[in-house]
Design a protein around this ligand. Structure first.
Ligand SMILES: Cc1cc2nc3c(=O)[nH]c(=O)nc-3n(C[C@H](O)[C@H](O)[C@H](O)COP(=O)(O)O)c2cc1C
Length: 182
């Protein structure tokens, strides 16, 4: 396991959503003391939109979803992280979180952050009835299903969880959390 950082850092999980991906990566690039956790789809989708998953945080650590038991969750137990951001969060990951499932690296870090009472900020990609979203080569119009929107609403009721619905809200929630930490 990696050496413990001098002080707790920010953990940022990226899932396989094209919606808000560019905006999230813009925020990530500006941050210090951040480590990235990719879902398998997250890593693939970042590449499809033209970025290298390994080069987004030159100073930070990168954890990929390669093991069944998600060993990096141990870093949350020992206090390496003060906050978890999951942004963007796919319909799939939000649905799993709402059901309490933890069978991927990202759903696992969310579950374990919750059990350690570490606050999470989630940018759920399904928050509006109709959205124009970037595919890698064009803009497409989508209509998130009732079940997807219901999951986003349900997640808002979870303890230690702030759900945000766009990149501006994410930026504000993150700034406010970082200010609270001093
Ligand atoms: C180019 C591309 C863009 C995608 N964008 C989205 C998206 O905006 N929202 C979403 O819920 N899923 C999106 N997906 C599908 C997810 O990547 C897929 O459901 C995946 O299984 C999610 O896994 P994860 O939640 O573990 O990251 C996209 C897939 C591709 C190939």
């Amino acid at each position: 396991m990696q050496a413990r950082p001098e002080k707790p850092r920010l953990a940022w999980a990226v899932t396989g959503s094209g919606h808000y991906l560019k905006e999230c990566l813009e925020i990530v690039r500006e941050l210090d003391e951040v480590d990235l956790f990719y879902s398998r789809a997250g890593e693939e989708v970042v590449r499809m939109y033209g970025d290298d998953p390994k080069s987004l945080v030159p100073e930070g650590r990168i954890y990929r979803d390669r093991a069944a038991s998600s060993p990096p969750v141990g870093l949350f137990y020992r206090g390496d992280y003060h906050t978890l951001v999951v942004a963007p969060a796919t319909s799939n990951t939000v649905a799993k979180m709402v059901l309490g499932l933890s069978d991927t690296l990202v759903t696992n870090v969310y579950a374990q952050a919750g059990k350690c009472r570490i606050p999470s900020i989630i940018l759920a990609c399904d928050s509006e009835a109709e959205v124009d979203t970037p595919a890698p080569d064009r803009i497409v119009r989508l209509w998130p299903r009732k079940v997807d929107l219901e999951h986003t609403e349900k997640l808002k009721t979870f303890e230690a969880t702030t759900v945000v619905e766009n990149a501006d809200q994410l930026f504000e929630a993150l700034q406010s959390r970082l200010a609270e930490l001093g």
